[in-house]
Design a protein around this ligand. Sequence first.
Ligand code: CDT
Length: 311
Amino acid sequence: MSRFINLACAQMGPIARTDSRTVVVRRQIALLREAKSRGADFVVFPELAFTTFFPRWLLSDQAEIDSFFERDMPGPETQPLFDAAKDLGIGFYIGYAELAEEEGHTRHFNTAIIVDSKGGIVGKYRKIHLPGHAEPVEGRASQHLEKRYFEPGNLGFPVWRTLDGIVGMCICNDRRWPETYRVMALQGAELVCVGYNTPDDHTGVFDFDQFTGFHHQLSLQAGAYQNATWVAAAAKSGFEEGSNMIGLSMIVAPSGQIVAMASSTGDELISARCDLDMGTLYKRTIFDFARHREPSHYGLIVERKGAVVEV
Ligand code: CDT
């Protein structure tokens, strides 16, 4: 059996600090139109897709910080994206900084949503693995202060029945952690959507940073293969406010093969016809979790490793 969807990733080139959401949304709508011309059903946009990647700066004025956050989704400036997608009959994933009022507190999350082809929000995810620091690190050419501006997501890693399949989400740094994919795969995920902002000097140590593109690719391909799922990843890329952000947006099959990849660091749409049933083959054979995983033995392995570390 086959269940094909036409999947696209809308990589976005740099967004300047002074760019209004209206200008950014215009670019996103142009990408949606291109997606429509290619017959796409669903488009993945980047993390924090409506503004520049502000965690690179140390900001102290709370009003200025909050200006990068969305109180409503959609809000007045983002509504046109939802309207265009609905008119075109395309669903999408998009990341944004979310300002939420919960239990009497104002809370800040790095968030992504899935919107269906009728313009309705199907699911929300809040980033769990927040990289970088809460305070600036002396001597670093550029900062990464996500721990300062966001709190860890409190929604877990759910999956949703949409697009005639089972779809999950994560955001940027989450893609480097095996448990991100595994928690979703254990719930039957057939597609994992990822938006990201990855500067080419993200660790600040050249010995690691020289492999930034490779480690990005490795994480997505391993996540897809080891969990028998499609992975669709969209970058915010290019030279943004003094920082070089990697592109390499890609769609990876459950085989671990890359079936589409961006070749620029600007606005670029990549697409592929994806069979959501492809992972079934892997789930019935090498990655039949119910038959082959041995969680009851994992504690023993950790204990042995612990002993080795102590020696
Ligand atoms: N946005 C994001 O999560 N970026 C990180 C790099 C920064 S680590 C200091 C990533 O894992 O790509």
